[in-house]
Ligand binder design. Structure first.
Ligand code: NAD
Length: 294
């Protein structure tokens, strides 16, 4: 079914996602604060609007792909008043509580709402290969699943509102910690005279195997497509990993879960981001682990 889609937030992720919705035959009108992002999306066949309200007007489905919960709530407060009976889909990574507030805002104004954060990064967004983690009522999930399928390979219904965000921060808790573990292993291996390739060849086929090693290897060489081979150009920016681990640490504190490694990882990424690494791929954390070597 061809839908009229409003898409707010055409950045690294939102731009290619909107392009894939166009590719699936939907009529997509997009908006971003940054004119270059709008122009890029226009090049992919996204119609452009001068305001977020203009993008959402008359839309069947309103997507948001924004930096944080604050941005999402600001945009929702405006957009719930400009369209009627739409399905609001927030794909940004935000706190579980913010996702529930956003859904309440939309529902109170007569809309349906789901949270649908993603995993797969910029490459996955471009290749329509994202994983979507969805928090939604059953009927809303049934409505959104075929739309998300145009942008992803896997769409998982995680539970009610906020459950998609819960899955996202738990997944990134694993990822953030495992990248530090892989980085520590390479730095220790260097000190022990082990080549990167030898450690990779062993760990990638042994019990140390994980995505941080085999897809986003933090040292150049073993995985040619990993950001380490292009001076850690993101990829998934360290600032975003710091944000996600901050959300996970806050949630752990709120629920009295002693996630000690997660909290420490949140500190390390926050320091790395504040020290100039914010825009680098999060795998560049290996450089600080190496510098910390006595
Ligand atoms: P980005 O900074 O490239 O894009 C966000 C866009 O939102 C920017 O272009 C910005 O101008 C726009 N924006 C901000 N406020 C706005 C407003 N009020 N109205 C319209 N546009 C506005 O970020 P991104 O990498 O695309 O990430 C977006 C979200 O996806 C984040 O929540 C991030 O945590 C999540 N995410 C990112 C990745 C990744 O690999 N980049 C992976 C998974 C999830």
């Amino acid at each position: 079914m061809t839908l009229t889609v409003g898409f707010v937030g055409l950045g690294n992720m939102g731009g290619p996602m909107a392009a894939n919705l166009v590719g699936a035959g939907h009529t997509v009108t997009g908006y971003d604060l940054v004119p270059e992002a709008v122009d890029r999306a226009a090049g992919y066949g996204v119609r452009t609007a001068a305001t977020a309200a203009g993008a959402a007007a008359d839309a069947d489905v309103v997507f948001t792909m924004l930096p944080s919960g604050r941005h999402v709530l600001e945009v929702y407060r405006e957009l719930v008043t400009v369209t009627r009976g739409a399905l609001f889909v927030d794909c940004s990574t935000v706190a579980v509580g913010d996702a529930r507030v956003a859904a309440d805002l939309a529902r109170t104004a007569g809309h349906r709402a789901v949270d649908a954060p993603v995993s797969g990064g910029v490459t996955g967004a471009g290749a329509a290969a994202l994983t979507f983690m969805v928090g939604a009522e059953d009927a809303d999930f049934a409505a959104v699943e075929p739309v998300l399928a145009a942008m992803g390979r896997k769409v998982v219904h995680c539970g009610a509102s906020g459950a998609g965000q819960a899955a996202k921060i738990c997944n990134n808790l694993i990822l953030g910690i495992s990248m530090i573990a892989v980085g520590e292993a390479f730095v220790l291996g260097e000190s022990l005279g082990l080549s990167h390739q030898a450690l990779f060849d062993v760990a990638s086929t042994a019990s140390g195997q994980c995505w941080a090693l085999t897809s986003n290897c933090p040292v150049p060489g073993p995985v040619p497509t990993s950001p380490a081979n292009r001076d850690y150009a993101a990829g998934f920016a360290a600032a975003l990993m710091a944000k996600d681990l901050g959300l996970a640490a806050d949630a752990a504190t709120a629920h009295a879960v002693p996630a000690e490694l997660g909290s420490r990882a949140a500190e390390l990424y926050a320091q790395f981001a504040a020290g100039g690494g914010a825009g680098l791929d999060f795998s560049a954390i290996v450089t600080t682990l190496r510098e910390a070597r006595a």
